[in-house]
Design a binder for this molecule. Sequence first.
Ligand SMILES: [Zn+2]
Length: 370
Amino acid sequence: MDDTQPDPVPHGTPSLPMLRQLPKVDLHLHIAGTLRPATLAALAQRHGLALPRPVDSLYTYRDFDDFIDVLRLSAGALRTADDFHRMAYEALEDAAAAGTWHAEMSFNPQYYLPHGVPYRVQLEGLAAGVRAAGRDFGCSALLIAAIDRGLPLASADQAMDDIVSQRHELVVGIGVDGPERAGPPARLADLFQRAGRAGLRRTAHVCEDNQTLQDAPPSNVRDCLQLLGCDRLDHGYNLLASDEGVRQARDCGVYFCVCGITSVRRNRQQRLNSIRAMHDAGLALSLNTDDPAMFHTDQTHTLATVLEGCGWGWKEACDFSLAGVDACWLDADAKRSLRGRFAQQIAALTAPSEATRAPSTDPRSAGVCS
Ligand SMILES: [Zn+2]
């Protein structure tokens, strides 16, 4: 035993190299938000689109609307299957570099259809990129076809026609994003029931904290579960305003795919406070990046930010690691296999400290993952 060796399991917030080695899943990841600035600039130039500012400040936003403008630029900059291939491949290369072993990436077919890019072409490129990245980086991925609730329902119907008629083994589910002020979940019930009949899993952005309780009320969580048939949810922070809503969500065990980093810097502490409160209320949480490149983050940085902001340590890091596996949409066999590999890696990262550390009453240094 050599007491001069550094303890690989940190007391307090674990080190970044340690968190990078911790296996992670990312379930709330918009593929448009993974575009590297240089890639977006190159694609925009190829397709004759002007950048609003130099590439090195492309992802520095004046406000939320400015961020949405950059997202719109990205929607117009992807025109060919090769473009989609590159986006998916680089997304998973960056995810793998941060220690993500499995990702479920959402893409919005509605963003690209108006630019003359058929769903078939989007899918062809994304699937090729996912498979190539799986071979090169060992990071598996599934796809989620997302509906933007801020666009007309006719556009959502058109996208759903494609999603249902061109079923693809990598597209295992649908999601909905965009502002909840566009209308209550009930207006999407028919669309989501249709997806359910086609065998697709369902998630929805709900109760986001950048919207008022009037626009994104706690009752939206119940409606997403009961009317849309969602079996997991994205965000969910405004649910904290309803004790009864929290109790119901806790009792049914639905996972909330929360994100530690937001586009608006002044909201970041509030976001961390909400994640801490949701955790303390007993809600099931997985931790995710949302728009990693556009928010200047990755899974390691997001995890470190949340651990530090919430006063958590290695145990909670391991909890998030395994929660991502529990909440993912891989089939039962693949999930069991992934869970086994995660447990093995976590044990390998945790075990060396056991022989060198005296027993501690600090739960953050327990080195036991549940
Ligand atoms: Zn999101």
